[in-house]
Design a protein around this ligand. Structure first.
Ligand SMILES: C[S@@+](CC[C@H](N)C(=O)[O-])C[C@H]1O[C@@H](n2cnc3c(N)ncnc32)[C@H](O)[C@@H]1O
Length: 421
């Protein structure tokens, strides 16, 4: 009998964590720490693929299951189905490995090894049906909200983009064209690089020297919108883990990066050190903190539902629900109100969220302008920006189905605010 595959075992455990314990994959990262890097990466890839295809896997399994198996065995069946149907793995190899894994699970699991074997063989004989299944739909709590905001056709496009997953984008400190050539990457119109093949990121040229960092093309735009000038004092409010701090510091600004989370700020410090740029940091609750002096510019990348990042975090719809959104919207409003009070005369604020929900974007901004009638939205000036991304308000709305021909981008909302003169 084959030996136990640690990556598949870890992937199945991650699935149980997401689907039963409602833990994100990021929250379970510690569970993978003991694995060698290759197994760790493979476990993550398998879990991500299974979550992206979960409704299709369940549709394939349904005719072959008289009752729902225990969660750990259902995870094995879902994983095997996705490997066979979506990842084109050789069925006999998958079945053997997962039967071995099941045997290792103690007496209770062992009794299910026959079921795993029989069901996965039936799935393997029926892969033509997989091709006919629709791309997975978002869960109802989110689908309904997005339908109201964007309509059915747009939601179906977003679901297809979530299913397709996300390429790896980089932000470079300088000389994007030269780095694109060196890394064999596409230079996107907005200045980010898109890797043709991800591979082991830390092995790529320029990683160790800190010449670039991983950052989705959409996530790179709020700092570009702020357009910090050398020597300007800039507050990066809600800064960690620091992708935008790195951009602002690389622009030559005098950056203060503030976040409530000390561990996340530790990661920001590591990123600053690797990229050899500097920023002051502050661990603080932005609802209580007070600056010593006003700033030229503030970037508020507010905590949000993160619904714009589902294509790279397919665990999110299974772990989160509509609960908590109201509190986030209230927190965002408080953060905007405080940040506007911390600007020098003539200063500017960029408000951004990686959310697809209008209450965290368009409606949040409209409400802020009602509370602060002397503030205006400034026209977005970003190289490479498509006029179709600019909303009637003058903000920027990005969705996972934006740039479909290039592989999409994360969902984001952003706007620059200045006091009317
Ligand atoms: C969207 S993330 C920021 C991502 C970051 N700007 C980047 O580009 O890497 C939101 C951040 O807000 C922080 N946060 C949440 N509530 C906060 C508060 N009351 N005060 C300060 N930071 C807060 C979280 O710890 C989290 O790191």
């Amino acid at each position: 009998m084959a030996s136990i595959d640690p990556a598949r075992r870890a992937a199945a455990a991650l699935l149980v964590g997401v689907l039963e314990e409602r833990l994100t994959l990021a929250e379970q990262a510690g569970e993978l720490a003991a694995l060698p890097p290759q197994d760790r990466a493979r476990a993550q890839r398998l879990a991500l693929a299974t979550l992206r295809n979960l409704p299709r896997a369940d549709a394939m399994l349904k005719p072959h299951l008289r009752k729902k198996p225990p969660a750990d065995l259902l995870a094995v069946l879902r994983l095997g189905t996705v490997e066979i149907c979506a990842l084109d793995a050789a069925p006999h190899g998958v079945v053997d490995a997962l039967v071995t894994l099941t045997h290792s699970g103690g007496r209770r699991a062992e009794g299910f090894a026959g079921l795993i074997n029989a069901v996965l063989r039936k799935v393997a004989a029926d892969t033509a049906r997989w091709q006919r299944l629709d791309p997975p739909a978002l869960p109802g709590w989110l689908r309904g909200r997005l339908m109201s905001a964007y309509g059915k056709v747009a939601v179906m496009k977003m679901e297809a983009a979530h299913h397709a997953g996300a390429p790896v984008d980089l932000s470079v400190k300088a000389d994007a064209a030269a780095w694109a050539e060196k890394l064999g990457a596409e230079l996107l119109p907005t200045g980010s690089l898109r890797l043709a093949q991800a591979g082991q990121i830390t092995d790529l040229p320029g990683y160790a020297a800190g010449d670039w960092w991983v950052q989705d093309a959409a996530a790179a735009l709020p700092a570009k919108l702020l357009a910090a000038q050398p020597g300007e004092t800039v507050l990066d409010l809600c800064a960690a883990p620091g992708g935008k701090t790195l951009q602002l510091a690389a622009m030559g600004a005098d950056v203060t990066a503030l976040d409530i989370s000390a561990p996340r700020l530790d990661r920001l410090q590591e990123n600053l050190a690797r990229c050899q740029v500097t920023a002051k940091t502050a661990v603080a609750d932005a609802l209580e903190w007070q600056p010593e002096a006003p700033f030229d510019a503030i970037l508020l990348d507010a905590p949000c539902s993160a619904t714009g990042t589902i294509r790279r975090h397919p665990d999110l719809p299974f772990v989160k629900d509509a609960k908590g959104i109201k509190e986030l919207v209230a927190l965002q409003a408080q953060l905007i109100d405080r940040a506007l009070g911390w600007l020098k005369p003539g200063g500017r604020l960029v408000y951004a969220t990686c959310s697809l929900l209008p209450e965290e974007g368009e409606a949040q901004l409209a409400a802020a302008l009602e509370r602060h009638p002397d503030w205006r939205i400034n026209a977005p000036e970003i190289a490479g920006i498509d006029p179709a991304w600019i909303t009637d308000q003058g903000a920027v709305r990005l969705r996972p189905d934006t740039w479909p021909e290039r592989g999409g981008m994360d969902g984001f909302f952003m706007a620059v605010l200045k006091r009317a003169t």
